[in-house]
Design a protein around this ligand. Structure first.
Ligand SMILES: NC(=O)c1ccc[n+]([C@@H]2O[C@H](COP(=O)([O-])OP(=O)(O)OC[C@H]3O[C@@H](n4cnc5c(N)ncnc54)[C@H](O)[C@@H]3O)[C@@H](O)[C@H]2O)c1
Length: 426
């Protein structure tokens, strides 16, 4: 296999395509994208933009399904798999946008071929795989950026600055509110969608670990809890309205070793999509971050209006290219900084199955593949979970389990108790 080995700047060597040779001579980073449909199409578009700007070359893609007519230039070679691609083409950076359960093996393969990786989230499916991949990164000296694009937002630094300047007093907690909707077609688009395990391989594809994983990662980042040794406990309270194995409506409550609560209320069973947000709660105000919009709102006690500011973001692939060229000192979403997120994911992996929400509390809207469930009053329960740092069960949501979820710890298997939901009254 022929990965490029060292830094892309100035990397050389004959590539099978003329463009790759030209690019190598010009010192441009040679990109490949693995998984080009689904979310991968946005990576293809971004890579094409980098090519237009003269910042990189897109030399190859890998996907068992070829690209559509005219989607890629003739100079971009297509392979059915990453091993075939690495055997045939010299690349410097691979973007991996494949199903969750393929991440570990493909990243390892790329790195052992000398290639840096932008790996889509969630990076891996267990803490054991996290440790194993960290060892691969260490041994190969490669870089791994994880696709939590909200961590590329300038809002992260802005919020930290506001907190340090005392804008909201002492930080007392962090919460996240995520209310999206996903139709039936989302869960049927791929064999792995909504699965906990597929053909004996762990997938862990639920609302906490995939669609609203950015809320988890951003909240942990703003709370200073990106490393495992910063987390004291994780409580989970997980439900599902869809006919899937994973959760689609959950509360995650993390407590840091310093005692700070981080409570996330997440659902993809809302009546409509609203912008998710993180709230940093303070003794004299709060800061709200709309992480998909790069907006920050600072509410100070005694001030009638919040101060709202809009910020930029750096795309994570650009950030990886900057590090490779020496233009930056570190990655914005370094694999190492996803350890705390992976601890949450691992708790989800080990937890009991999510509790089905009784049909009496779920309204189905639309037909066929466009149909989607709406959990009654889910927005209210999510808002209360974050504000009060309580689970749905502790709040007494009518569809929640009756036994409160006990305090969990990252090191123990029993982070939730299986229990029947409340009986449904007529
Ligand atoms: N950062 C984000 O905002 C964001 C958004 C959506 C999805 N994602 C992540 O992107 C990844 C892919 O999600 P998706 O929803 O696009 O999945 P998908 O199943 O819809 O698409 C996956 C693509 O990978 C291809 N593929 C599957 N196995 C492959 C393999 N071994 N080698 C090469 N190609 C392979 C498939 O043919 C398909 O084109 C997941 O990790 C997901 O969590 C991230």
């Amino acid at each position: 296999m022929r990965g490029a080995g060292g830094s892309g700047a100035g990397a050389s060597g004959p590539g099978p395509s003329g463009a790759a040779v030209t690019g190598a001579a010009a010192g441009l980073t040679r990109l490949a994208i693995v998984g080009i449909h689904g979310h991968g199409s946005s990576h293809v578009r971004h890579a094409q933009e980098l090519v237009r700007r003269g910042d990189a070359l897109l030399v190859a893609v890998a996907d068992p399904r070829p690209a559509g007519d005219g989607e890629l230039g003739a100079e971009v070679r297509h392979f059915a798999s990453l091993p075939e691609l690495l055997d045939a083409v010299t690349v410097d950076v691979v973007v991996l946008c494949t199903p969750i359960h393929t991440h570990f093996a493909l990243t390892k393969l790329a790195m052992e071929a000398g290639v840096d990786v932008l790996l889509e989230k969630p990076p891996v499916t267990s803490v054991a795989d996290f440790a194993a991949l960290a060892a691969v990164i260490e041994a190969t000296g490669r870089r791994c950026q994880v696709g939590f694009q909200s961590l590329g937002s300038e809002t992260i630094g802005v919020v930290r600055d506001r907190i340090a300047a005392g804008a909201i007093g002492t930080v007392t907690g962090v919460s996240a509110s995520g209310a999206w909707l996903r139709t039936r077609s989302y869960w049927t688009r791929a064999a792995w969608a909504g699965k906990r395990v597929l053909n004996g391989i762990e997938v862990v594809d639920g609302v906490v670990t995939n669609p609203l994983a950015h809320a988890v990662a951003t909240a942990l980042c703003l709370a200073g809890a990106q490393r495992a040794d910063q987390i004291a406990s994780i409580d989970l309270d997980q439900y599902r309205a869809n006919d899937i194995a994973c959760d689609d409506t959950s509360v995650v409550r993390v407590r840091t070793v310093a005692g700070l609560p981080i409570t996330l209320g997440l659902t993809v069973c809302a009546p409509q999509r609203s912008e998710p947000f993180i709230t940093v709660q303070g003794s004299s105000g709060r800061i709200v971050v709309f992480y998909t919009l790069d907006l920050v709102q600072v509410f100070q006690d005694g001030s009638p209006d919040p101060v709202t500011t809009s910020h930029g973001r750096r795309p994570l692939l650009d950030d990886l290219l900057m590090l490779r060229s020496g233009a930056s000192a570190g990655l914005l979403a370094d694999f190492a900084d996803t350890e705390g997120f992976t601890l949450v994911l691992d708790a989800v992996r080990r937890a009991s199955d999510p509790v089905p929400i009784p049909a009496a509390y779920v309204d189905w809207v639309g037909d066929g593949p466009d149909a989607h469930p709406v959990v009654q009053d889910v927005g209210t329960w999510i808002a209360r979970a974050g504000a009060e740092h309580k689970t749905f069960a502790e709040l007494g949501a009518p569809w929640a389990r009756t036994t409160p979820v006990p305090a969990g710890t990252p090191g123990t298997a029993a982070v939730v108790v299986p229990d029947a939901p409340h009986p449904v009254s007529a």
